[in-house]
Design a protein around this ligand. Structure first.
Ligand code: ATP
Length: 258
Protein backbone atom coordinates (compact mmCIF):
# COMPACT_ATOMS: atom_id res chain seq x y z
CA UNK A 1 0.00 0.00 0.00
CA UNK A 2 2.95 2.32 0.61
CA UNK A 3 5.42 3.51 -2.00
CA UNK A 4 8.86 5.03 -1.64
CA UNK A 5 9.00 7.94 0.79
CA UNK A 6 12.49 8.86 -0.36
CA UNK A 7 14.28 7.89 -3.55
CA UNK A 8 17.86 8.96 -4.02
CA UNK A 9 19.49 8.19 -7.33
CA UNK A 10 23.14 8.48 -8.33
CA UNK A 11 23.96 11.04 -5.63
CA UNK A 12 27.34 12.77 -5.78
CA UNK A 13 28.38 15.30 -3.13
CA UNK A 14 31.65 17.21 -2.77
CA UNK A 15 33.09 19.56 -0.20
CA UNK A 16 35.23 21.74 -2.45
CA UNK A 17 37.76 19.43 -4.04
CA UNK A 18 37.05 16.63 -1.64
CA UNK A 19 34.36 14.23 -2.83
CA UNK A 20 32.29 12.51 -0.16
CA UNK A 21 29.58 10.57 -2.05
CA UNK A 22 30.03 8.75 -5.36
CA UNK A 23 26.80 7.73 -7.07
CA UNK A 24 24.74 6.61 -4.09
CA UNK A 25 21.31 5.02 -4.72
CA UNK A 26 19.14 4.69 -1.61
CA UNK A 27 15.40 4.48 -1.23
CA UNK A 28 13.15 3.90 1.74
CA UNK A 29 9.49 2.95 1.68
CA UNK A 30 6.92 4.94 3.63
CA UNK A 31 6.55 3.84 7.22
CA UNK A 32 9.76 1.81 7.28
CA UNK A 33 12.97 2.26 9.22
CA UNK A 34 16.24 2.27 7.28
CA UNK A 35 19.53 2.07 9.14
CA UNK A 36 22.50 3.66 7.39
CA UNK A 37 25.71 2.28 8.80
CA UNK A 38 29.34 2.87 7.95
CA UNK A 39 32.71 3.66 9.42
CA UNK A 40 33.63 7.21 10.43
CA UNK A 41 33.96 9.30 7.30
CA UNK A 42 32.00 6.87 5.09
CA UNK A 43 29.56 9.62 4.11
CA UNK A 44 26.52 8.94 6.34
CA UNK A 45 26.05 12.50 7.59
CA UNK A 46 26.79 13.87 4.14
CA UNK A 47 23.92 11.77 2.80
CA UNK A 48 21.59 13.19 5.47
CA UNK A 49 22.74 16.75 4.86
CA UNK A 50 22.48 16.48 1.07
CA UNK A 51 18.96 15.06 0.95
CA UNK A 52 17.78 17.67 3.45
CA UNK A 53 19.28 20.55 1.44
CA UNK A 54 22.04 21.47 3.88
CA UNK A 55 24.86 20.73 1.45
CA UNK A 56 24.56 20.99 -2.34
CA UNK A 57 23.96 17.97 -4.54
CA UNK A 58 26.64 17.90 -7.25
CA UNK A 59 24.85 15.28 -9.33
CA UNK A 60 21.87 12.97 -8.99
CA UNK A 61 18.24 13.13 -7.95
CA UNK A 62 16.40 13.24 -4.66
CA UNK A 63 12.66 12.57 -4.69
CA UNK A 64 10.64 12.88 -1.54
CA UNK A 65 6.99 11.91 -1.22
CA UNK A 66 6.74 11.74 -5.02
CA UNK A 67 8.22 15.20 -5.69
CA UNK A 68 11.65 16.21 -6.92
CA UNK A 69 13.48 18.06 -4.12
CA UNK A 70 16.98 18.08 -5.58
CA UNK A 71 18.54 21.50 -5.05
CA UNK A 72 15.62 22.87 -3.02
CA UNK A 73 16.38 25.06 0.01
CA UNK A 74 16.58 23.32 3.39
CA UNK A 75 13.58 25.18 4.84
CA UNK A 76 11.41 24.12 1.87
CA UNK A 77 12.44 20.49 2.26
CA UNK A 78 11.67 20.67 5.97
CA UNK A 79 8.31 22.23 5.21
CA UNK A 80 7.58 19.42 2.75
CA UNK A 81 7.95 17.00 5.69
CA UNK A 82 11.56 15.81 5.65
CA UNK A 83 13.37 16.65 8.89
CA UNK A 84 17.04 16.05 9.57
CA UNK A 85 18.13 15.89 13.20
CA UNK A 86 21.83 16.65 13.06
CA UNK A 87 24.54 14.91 15.03
CA UNK A 88 24.89 17.07 18.15
CA UNK A 89 21.11 17.36 18.56
CA UNK A 90 20.26 20.70 16.98
CA UNK A 91 18.74 22.21 20.11
CA UNK A 92 19.41 25.59 21.71
CA UNK A 93 21.14 24.72 25.01
CA UNK A 94 20.85 28.23 26.44
CA UNK A 95 17.07 28.38 25.98
CA UNK A 96 14.42 26.68 28.12
CA UNK A 97 12.70 23.51 26.98
CA UNK A 98 9.51 25.40 26.22
CA UNK A 99 11.33 28.10 24.21
CA UNK A 100 13.08 25.38 22.21
CA UNK A 101 9.67 23.90 21.38
CA UNK A 102 8.21 27.32 20.58
CA UNK A 103 11.05 28.03 18.15
CA UNK A 104 10.49 24.69 16.44
CA UNK A 105 6.78 25.39 15.97
CA UNK A 106 7.21 28.79 14.32
CA UNK A 107 6.40 27.19 10.95
CA UNK A 108 3.38 25.36 12.31
CA UNK A 109 0.76 27.91 11.24
CA UNK A 110 -1.31 30.13 13.55
CA UNK A 111 -1.25 30.46 17.31
CA UNK A 112 -3.65 27.58 17.91
CA UNK A 113 -1.71 25.23 15.62
CA UNK A 114 1.54 26.19 17.35
CA UNK A 115 0.09 25.50 20.80
CA UNK A 116 -1.32 22.19 19.56
CA UNK A 117 2.10 21.22 18.23
CA UNK A 118 3.68 21.97 21.63
CA UNK A 119 0.94 20.04 23.45
CA UNK A 120 1.50 17.05 21.14
CA UNK A 121 5.24 17.10 21.85
CA UNK A 122 4.64 17.16 25.59
CA UNK A 123 2.07 14.36 25.40
CA UNK A 124 4.61 12.27 23.51
CA UNK A 125 7.46 13.11 25.90
CA UNK A 126 5.90 14.01 29.29
CA UNK A 127 9.34 14.56 30.84
CA UNK A 128 9.67 17.66 28.66
CA UNK A 129 6.47 19.05 30.16
CA UNK A 130 7.81 18.47 33.66
CA UNK A 131 11.01 20.30 32.71
CA UNK A 132 9.49 23.01 30.52
CA UNK A 133 11.29 25.90 32.28
CA UNK A 134 14.63 24.10 32.55
CA UNK A 135 17.54 25.21 30.36
CA UNK A 136 17.83 22.65 27.55
CA UNK A 137 21.60 22.38 28.05
CA UNK A 138 21.06 21.14 31.60
CA UNK A 139 18.82 18.21 30.57
CA UNK A 140 20.35 14.74 30.60
CA UNK A 141 21.74 13.51 27.27
CA UNK A 142 18.70 11.27 26.71
CA UNK A 143 16.29 14.10 27.54
CA UNK A 144 18.13 16.40 25.13
CA UNK A 145 17.61 13.82 22.41
CA UNK A 146 13.91 13.64 23.30
CA UNK A 147 13.77 17.42 22.94
CA UNK A 148 15.52 17.17 19.56
CA UNK A 149 12.95 14.59 18.45
CA UNK A 150 10.07 16.65 19.87
CA UNK A 151 11.33 19.68 17.92
CA UNK A 152 11.52 17.59 14.77
CA UNK A 153 7.99 16.23 15.31
CA UNK A 154 6.53 19.68 15.93
CA UNK A 155 6.27 20.28 12.20
CA UNK A 156 4.55 16.92 11.64
CA UNK A 157 7.21 15.37 9.42
CA UNK A 158 6.67 12.41 7.13
CA UNK A 159 10.29 11.36 7.34
CA UNK A 160 12.94 11.89 10.01
CA UNK A 161 16.65 11.42 9.47
CA UNK A 162 18.18 10.90 12.91
CA UNK A 163 21.95 11.33 12.79
CA UNK A 164 23.87 9.56 15.57
CA UNK A 165 21.23 10.15 18.22
CA UNK A 166 22.85 7.76 20.66
CA UNK A 167 26.36 9.16 20.32
CA UNK A 168 27.97 9.82 23.69
CA UNK A 169 25.01 8.55 25.70
CA UNK A 170 25.11 6.06 28.57
CA UNK A 171 23.34 2.73 27.79
CA UNK A 172 20.21 3.67 29.77
CA UNK A 173 19.93 6.93 27.83
CA UNK A 174 20.37 5.00 24.58
CA UNK A 175 17.39 2.88 25.66
CA UNK A 176 15.38 6.09 26.13
CA UNK A 177 16.32 7.30 22.67
CA UNK A 178 15.21 4.05 21.06
CA UNK A 179 11.96 4.08 23.07
CA UNK A 180 11.33 7.60 21.74
CA UNK A 181 12.05 6.47 18.20
CA UNK A 182 9.65 3.57 18.69
CA UNK A 183 6.89 6.11 19.39
CA UNK A 184 7.84 7.98 16.22
CA UNK A 185 7.67 4.75 14.23
CA UNK A 186 4.28 3.89 15.79
CA UNK A 187 3.02 7.22 14.47
CA UNK A 188 3.73 5.96 10.94
CA UNK A 189 6.68 8.28 10.34
CA UNK A 190 9.42 6.95 8.08
CA UNK A 191 12.81 6.91 9.82
CA UNK A 192 16.35 6.91 8.51
CA UNK A 193 18.66 6.05 11.34
CA UNK A 194 22.32 6.97 10.94
CA UNK A 195 24.12 5.02 13.62
CA UNK A 196 27.49 3.82 14.77
CA UNK A 197 25.93 1.57 17.40
CA UNK A 198 25.12 -1.01 14.85
CA UNK A 199 23.51 -3.79 16.84
CA UNK A 200 20.93 -1.46 18.36
CA UNK A 201 20.26 0.07 14.96
CA UNK A 202 19.90 -3.31 13.24
CA UNK A 203 17.57 -4.61 15.93
CA UNK A 204 15.34 -1.57 15.38
CA UNK A 205 15.47 -1.16 11.61
CA UNK A 206 13.64 -2.96 8.80
CA UNK A 207 16.27 -2.34 6.14
CA UNK A 208 19.95 -1.53 6.12
CA UNK A 209 22.47 0.19 3.88
CA UNK A 210 26.18 0.12 4.63
CA UNK A 211 28.16 2.97 3.16
CA UNK A 212 31.80 2.45 2.45
CA UNK A 213 34.01 5.29 1.23
CA UNK A 214 31.10 7.24 -0.19
CA UNK A 215 29.45 4.33 -2.01
CA UNK A 216 26.84 1.72 -1.08
CA UNK A 217 28.85 -1.34 0.01
CA UNK A 218 25.93 -3.49 1.06
CA UNK A 219 22.15 -3.29 1.27
CA UNK A 220 19.46 -5.67 2.41
CA UNK A 221 17.00 -6.46 5.17
CA UNK A 222 18.42 -5.47 8.57
CA UNK A 223 17.95 -9.07 9.72
CA UNK A 224 20.30 -10.25 6.94
CA UNK A 225 23.22 -8.07 8.09
CA UNK A 226 24.97 -10.91 9.88
CA UNK A 227 28.43 -11.20 11.38
CA UNK A 228 30.17 -11.83 8.06
CA UNK A 229 28.66 -8.76 6.40
CA UNK A 230 29.40 -6.58 9.40
CA UNK A 231 32.97 -7.79 9.69
CA UNK A 232 33.56 -7.26 5.99
CA UNK A 233 32.14 -3.75 5.80
CA UNK A 234 32.52 -2.37 9.30
CA UNK A 235 35.48 -4.18 10.82
CA UNK A 236 36.04 -6.33 13.86
CA UNK A 237 34.36 -4.08 16.45
CA UNK A 238 31.05 -4.72 14.71
CA UNK A 239 31.20 -8.44 15.41
CA UNK A 240 30.93 -7.88 19.18
CA UNK A 241 27.54 -9.17 20.32
CA UNK A 242 25.23 -6.49 21.72
CA UNK A 243 25.10 -7.86 25.28
CA UNK A 244 28.84 -8.03 25.81
CA UNK A 245 30.57 -5.19 27.72
CA UNK A 246 31.87 -3.84 24.39
CA UNK A 247 28.58 -4.22 22.59
CA UNK A 248 28.00 -0.51 22.35
CA UNK A 249 31.44 0.18 20.97
CA UNK A 250 31.30 2.26 17.80
CA UNK A 251 32.77 0.94 14.55
CA UNK A 252 36.27 1.69 13.29
CA UNK A 253 37.30 4.66 11.23
CA UNK A 254 36.95 4.52 7.45
CA UNK A 255 40.68 5.13 6.85
CA UNK A 256 41.57 2.02 8.87
CA UNK A 257 40.02 -0.26 6.27
CA UNK A 258 42.68 -2.75 5.17
P1 ATP B 1 31.02 10.00 11.12
O1 ATP B 1 30.52 8.64 11.47
O2 ATP B 1 32.42 10.23 11.61
O3 ATP B 1 30.08 11.12 11.44
P2 ATP B 1 30.18 10.00 8.35
O4 ATP B 1 30.02 8.64 7.77
O5 ATP B 1 28.96 10.71 8.78
O6 ATP B 1 31.24 9.97 9.53
P3 ATP B 1 30.71 12.34 6.77
O7 ATP B 1 30.69 13.27 7.94
O8 ATP B 1 29.57 12.35 5.85
O9 ATP B 1 30.96 10.85 7.26
O10 ATP B 1 32.04 12.63 5.97
C1 ATP B 1 32.31 12.04 4.70
C2 ATP B 1 33.61 12.62 4.16
O11 ATP B 1 33.43 14.02 3.88
C3 ATP B 1 34.76 12.53 5.14
O12 ATP B 1 35.93 12.28 4.41
C4 ATP B 1 34.81 13.91 5.76
O13 ATP B 1 36.11 14.24 6.16
C5 ATP B 1 34.35 14.79 4.62
N1 ATP B 1 33.64 15.98 5.12
C6 ATP B 1 32.54 16.00 5.90
N2 ATP B 1 32.16 17.27 6.18
C7 ATP B 1 33.05 18.06 5.52
C8 ATP B 1 33.19 19.48 5.38
N3 ATP B 1 32.35 20.31 5.97
N4 ATP B 1 34.22 19.93 4.64
C9 ATP B 1 35.10 19.08 4.04
N5 ATP B 1 35.00 17.75 4.11
C10 ATP B 1 34.00 17.23 4.84
Amino acid sequence: MSGAALEVEDLYVSYGLSQALFGVDISVDAGRVLAILGRNGAGKSTFGRAVSGLVPVAHGHVRFDGAEITGKAAHRIRKAGLTYIPEGRGIFPGLSVIDNLKMATRQAGGRTERQEAIDRAITLFPVLGARRQQRAGSLSGGEQQMLALARALAVEPKLIIADEMSLGLAPLMVDQVFESLERVRADGITIILIEQFIHRALAFADDCVILTRGTVGWRGPASAAGTEVLEQYLGEASAVPPDSPNGSQPVAKEGSLG
